[in-house]
Design a protein around this ligand. Structure first.
Ligand code: DQA
Length: 146
């Protein structure tokens, strides 16, 4: 299985940078991915990024990670609060999961306080903007014993 980390991003995160920058910051998803990618290079781990606005595509990607990926970092975005399908897929593949959010979902609207993903994740990082992804990457290295 090696040392491959898969970073998944859900709906509307392709609009990062222009989408509600007061909540989500001004960095684009590509910028965040570039920063994480640099860290992966330095750490000598393989990394793959995938963003989709479609629940089923995220489920497919999670299923395809079986036997190939050692750790999944996921920002399920709005699906965090709705998707039994993504939770079940993550649970089925038995790959350690790190849940990540730019915003502190517990300081926002009530409907964001519940995560369907948290129960199948090893841990959750929320509230540090783009830096949440850096922290999640560090946590992934920790899980991989790096
Ligand atoms: C988010 C928080 C979710 O509630 C929201 O639907 C998102 C982004 C975050 O990263 O803060 O799209 O996951």
């Amino acid at each position: 299985m090696g040392n491959k980390i898969l970073v998944l991003n859900g709906p509307n995160l392709n609009l990062l940078g222009e989408r509600e920058p007061d909540i989500y910051g001004t960095k684009s998803l590509h910028e965040i991915e570039r920063e994480v990618s640099e860290l992966a290079g330095k750490a000598g781990v393989q990394i793959e990024f995938f963003q989709s606005n479609h629940e089923g595509e995220l489920v497919d990607k999670i299923q395809q990670a079986r036997g190939v990926v050692s750790c999944i970092i996921i920002n399920p975005a709005a699906f965090t609060h709705t998707s039994v399908a993504i939770r079940d897929a993550l649970s089925a593949v038995k790959i350690p999961v790190i849940e990540v959010h730019l915003s502190n979902i517990y300081g926002r609207e009530d409907f964001r306080h519940r995560s369907y993903i948290a129960g199948v994740a090893r841990g959750q990082i929320a509230g540090f903007g783009a830096y949440s992804y850096i922290l999640a990457f560090q946590a992934a290295l920790h899980l991989l014993g790096k």
